[in-house]
Design a protein around this ligand. Sequence first.
Ligand code: SAM
Length: 179
Amino acid sequence: MISKEVFGLLKEFLENGEKVLEVGCGTGKLSAVLLYQGIVKSIDAINDEDWSTKPKWKFQDCNKRDNLHFENKKFSEVTEKYDRIFFINSFQFLFDDNAGNLDADRVEQVEEKLHDILLPGEKAFIYITSFAWFKQNDKPMVAEKVLFSTDVLEHFTKFDLDWYFTSEDDMVIGLTKRV
Ligand SMILES: C[S@@+](CC[C@H](N)C(=O)[O-])C[C@H]1O[C@@H](n2cnc3c(N)ncnc32)[C@H](O)[C@@H]1O
């Protein structure tokens, strides 16, 4: 679930986007809503597992709408180029253990891949929430490695930072790939 403010930022970010990718789309409902509301004309959405087949999920929108192209695929397997790529609560789960462990190595791996598949001068949007979950669950291993707030930004060396908002529990980052 994203707030009205985050949705507003996402909408602004998607303006003039032609080749759009949502990474870690879950059920695909956000991509479907963006399409349904005319915010995007077409969208590719990937997830490392096909959540739309899980009966417990109410929304099963992937693959059911024209111009929403769902692929059961890992981020590391994407080869197509995009002008807008966004991550809603998925960035921290990419690569290996899916543990929500946002450490420096992981940020650098994701940055490398993002750099490969984003066209020069084009944009990425990263929304990460639930920092409090780690704190509440007292996960020492994760807590040691997790990069909070601005520490994450230091690892995006190939991008310019367009904007950055954070609260105790979430953060949203807008990046542009340097030409
Ligand atoms: C916390 S869920 C967020 C789902 C959705 N974006 C939302 O906000 O409801 C994280 C998602 O990232 C996906 N994911 C994890 N690792 C991935 C990878 N390497 N490539 C693509 N998707 C991945 C998971 O399957 C899951 O759908």
